[in-house]
Each structure stands twice: as C-alpha cells, then as structure tokens.
Write a protein that binds this ligand. Structure first.
Ligand code: 2RA
Length: 340
C-alpha cells in the first residue's frame, strides 16, 4: 500500500530530479502524476522505466492525493499550494514562499526531522534553500558535540541554481567566447559568468547583503539553532551543477580537527573525503548525481580559541532541492501517514 504523489513543476530541472529520486529510492507510489502549466501540457517526462505525460496544474483536483512535491516559483506556489493543502494533500514546497512562516516547518531530515509534526497547521512543509541544506547537514553533528557560536560561510554556487536560464547563459557565453563567429551574441547580461565569478545572487537588501545571504542566515537559525550567528557571502561561479562552500565555524567548546573528522564520518548524509594530498578533496564536478554532502579540508582555525574550517560540496539539484524534498516525504510516510 503506497501513496498517491503529485510532482508540480515536473518539466523543470528540480521537478525532473524529484521524479528520478522517487524512482531511485523506490518511494512507495501507488499512483503518480506530473503536473505542469498548460503550455507544457502533454510533455513526456521519465519516471523510472515509465513515461508520464504532464497534466494541467490549473485544472487538477488534488482531492484524494497524499503528497504534492512542489518545484515551481513562489508565484505559482502561492496559487496552487493552498488549493492542494485544502484538498487534504500535504504539500512539500521547494520555493521560498513558506520557509519563514512560523506555521510551516522547514525541514532537513538529517537535522530536524522531529519538526515535521508541525505540518498539520497548514498541511505544508517547506524545503530549504539549496545553499542552506548542505551546510546544516555539515553543521548539525558538530553543533551537537561542541555547540556552534558563529559561522562564516562563502559559497561558490553553480548556475543551475538559477534554473535553465542560468545553465543556458553559461553555455551560450562560453560558446560565444570560443566560437565568436559561429554563435549568436548571447543575450545582454549585467556581468559575464563564463570564466568569471559574480558576488551577487538574488536581490540586494538594505544592509548591503543579498537575499541569498539572508536566506542562509534565517534558515540556519530556523532549522538548527536560532542562537547561532551566521554571516554569508554567496557567489555565482561558472559551474553547471554542484554548490561548494567554504565554512569557518567557531564553537563554545573545544573540538579538534581529528574528532571533528571522526564525527562527520559517522554522521547521516555526509561523505568525508579529506586527504592532505593532490586530489584529496571533493570538487563540484564529482558530486553531481550523488546524494551525499561531501566534506573535505577539515582543519583547525588557529586564529580563534575553538575554530574549525571545512569545505562542503553537494549536488544543489539533489540534496539542495529534490532529494531533500523526497526525504521529507519519506519521513512523512514513516512518521505520519504510515501507509508505505
Ligand atoms: C541559487 N540558491 O543558487 C539559489 C536558488 N536556487 O540561485
């Protein structure tokens, strides 16, 4: 006995990955439907060895459906998530719309699965921002051991975080640089991303930080511990998939690098690859398609009393979005719906 599952935004990068991961992890599905806008109606989408044809989100009735994985922007989520929730279908939303709503749990299963019981207030559960998800997976076991005071993080985020447009922009710019005559000049853009890095993701806020940086602060506090001080610099880099993060952590209590490495090695969702030699660390290209949050370059920060530096890499379309959403559905099944 399984679940009736809807994937909303099935034609996007994250929606497609949600379907792939539901199949890979053999999530107990009795019935599945791929929903998209009317303009994509009938688009063929893979679900394991099956092919689904997208149905129209606008006219879809969620009554009798158990779980809806939403992978659409906040505007569409604002219209359709309440409809699904009101029909009794539990929404797991990947947009930022509900993440900061006190009546909606924001969940990373390795970190705060117990918070899932809060879903019942609005029948909605929020999925965190991709750059937050991998970071809190790394922070949680260390916080449990030595209580984190402060985190300073710099991110190196792939263009797939900006969706298909981001991927196309890097591709078009790179082609136009290598074959200036063969390719149409790329659409006008503020800053070139090919062979460049851009210290700006999402919009600028009053204090000079960006909304992406604000999200990492607000979401880490909601998911892990509101007492932790976080400061972030989020940078776009010319990588197609895979976010990387350089994380500096200050603890209340002493924690040496060897113990930190051992703790991380034993922690859920984490793969430690950390050798002080050529290639003894993970790079984003190597994380693509994997479930793990990879951690390398674990070392003491001798400039403060209790400090550790580390390097964290993960597939932003998977742990950063689709995998985390499916893992939330798994926890929902095991602890709440209990059908599967
Ligand atoms: C980005 N985290 O990387 C944001 C949204 N996915 O663009």
């Amino acid at each position: 006995m399984g679940y009736k599952v809807a994937v909303v935004g099935a034609t996007g990068n994250v929606g497609r990955e949600m379907l792939n991961i539901l199949d890979e992890r053999q999530f107990p599905v009795d019935e599945i439907v791929a929903l998209a806008s009317r303009k994509s109606l009938g688009t063929e989408i893979s679900f394991g060895d099956k092919t689904l044809k997208t149905k129209d989100l606008d006219t879809f009735d969620f009554t009798g459906w158990d779980i809806a994985l939403f992978a659409v922007g906040s505007e569409a989520t604002k219209i359709y998530a309440p409809k699904a929730a009101a029909a009794g279908c539990i929404v797991i939303d990947n947009s930022s719309l509900y993440r900061y709503d006190p009546d909606v749990p924001l969940i990373v299963p390795e970190v705060n699965a117990d918070a899932i019981h809060g879903y019942s207030k609005k029948n909605i559960i929020a999925n965190p921002n991709c750059s937050t998800a991998q970071m809190v997976v790394a922070l949680k076991p260390l916080h449990d051991r030595a209580r984190i005071k402060r985190v300073v993080v710099s991110t190196y985020q792939s263009v797939s975080g900006a969706g298909k447009e981001g991927i196309d922009e890097l591709w078009d710019q790179t082609k136009s640089i290598y074959n200036p005559t063969d390719n149409k000049p790329p659409k006008k853009f503020t800053k070139q991303i090919a062979f460049n890095v851009i210290p700006h993701i999402d919009v600028f806020l009053e204090d000079g930080s960006t909304k992406e940086e604000w999200k990492m602060v607000a979401e880490t506090k909601k998911i892990l511990d509101p007492k932790i001080k976080v400061t972030a610099t989020c940078v776009r880099v010319p990588v197609f998939v895979g976010h990387s993060e350089s994380i500096n952590i200050e603890f209340e209590d002493h924690l040496d690098e060897a113990e930190a490495r051992d703790i991380l090695r034993e922690s859920p969702g984490i793969m430690v690859i950390d050798k002080r030699e050529n290639g003894g660390y993970v790079t984003p290209i190597e994380c693509v398609g994997d479930y793990a949050t990879f951690i390398s370059r674990i070392r003491q920060d001798s400039t403060i009393e209790n400090g550790i530096n580390l390097w964290c890499v993960s597939d932003n379309l998977r742990k950063g979005a689709a995998l985390n959403a499916v893992q939330i559905a798994e926890v929902l099944g095991q602890r709440v719906l209990k059908k599967g």
